[in-house]
Write a protein that binds this ligand. Structure first.
Ligand SMILES: O=P(O)(O)O[C@H]1O[C@H](CO)[C@@H](O)[C@H]1O
Ligand SMILES: O=c1cc[nH]c(=O)[nH]1
Length: 232
């Protein structure tokens, strides 16, 4: 048991899929795992462990934003010896050719969060995906005929930007999309010697103004999970 997770030692697998939304974790477990068992209900942050192709795998919500995912990633690695942390999140597209339901794999995560600047005394750390997980995800996508884009993304502290056109600045530098956790996840994983990767499904487009429903964000995005689940 850790401060925010009530699971017993050994109840969480070495590989954990991490959606922001705990109900997406429930959907993943019920849809993709054999014999899923719930290991956490603290703060409603549901977590499950089950089997996929005879291997143990877990899924757990992280909540929204860098502070929230940082707490869960820290406890999963230090208290439960989790080795592979795979974020399966939703994101907003910054590019015209990245459309709703497209998949983006985050090679790196720029950020407007000040957490890393505080931690690194004003210098810039570059939060980067684990190369082995990244390579395996790309290979898996190819094998399953799922088209993906990969590149730099933005981890933002705000969902509702004061100036909605601010995204254009990041887009000009090739940033593919925005979400709210990856820079924190990659940084904690680097510090604690674990492996991390973020696989994202586009749920909104800042370019076209299109959105998906909250139900879709909870219970769809199958292609993203089809890739992530093979990383166990
Ligand atoms: O769908 P999830 O994984 O929660 O990810 C995205 O959705 C939330 C905002 O709606 C933020 O957590 C953002 O990163
Ligand atoms: O952070 C996020 C997540 C989904 N869609 C967005 O526009 N932003």
């Amino acid at each position: 048991m850790s401060v925010h997770i009530e699971a017993k030692k050994g109840a969480i697998a070495e590989t954990v899929l991490l959606p922001g939304d705990p109900l997406r974790a429930k959907w993943i477990a019920e849809t993709f795992f054999e014999d899923p068992v719930c290991f956490n209900t603290v703060r409603g942050m549901l977590g499950y462990t089950g089997l996929y192709k005879s291997k143990r795998i877990s899924a757990m919500g992280t909540g929204m934003g860098v502070p929230s995912i940082s707490i869960y990633a820290h406890e999963l690695i230090t208290e439960y010896k989790v080795k592979n942390l795979i974020r399966v999140g939703s994101a907003g597209s910054y590019q015209k050719d990245i459309k709703i339901r497209d998949i983006v794999i985050a090679m790196s995560a720029s950020s407007n969060s000040s957490i890393n600047q505080i931690q690194f005394n004003g210098s810039n750390f570059a939060p980067t995906a684990n190369f082995d997980l990244f390579q395996k995800a790309i290979e898996t996508a190819k094998l399953k005929n799922i088209s993906v884009k990969a590149g730099n993304i933005l981890t933002s502290d705000e969902f509702y930007s004061i100036n909605p056109k601010d995204y254009k600045f990041w887009a000009e530098y090739g940033v593919l999309c925005v979400e709210m956790e990856t820079a924190g996840l990659y940084t904690i994983a680097a510090k604690l010697k674990a492996r991390a990767l973020s696989i994202l499904t586009i749920a909104d487009s800042l370019v076209s103004g299109k959105h998906t429903s909250s139900e879709e964000r909870q219970t769809t995005f199958k292609d993203m999970i089809d890739i992530a689940i093979e990383l166990a």
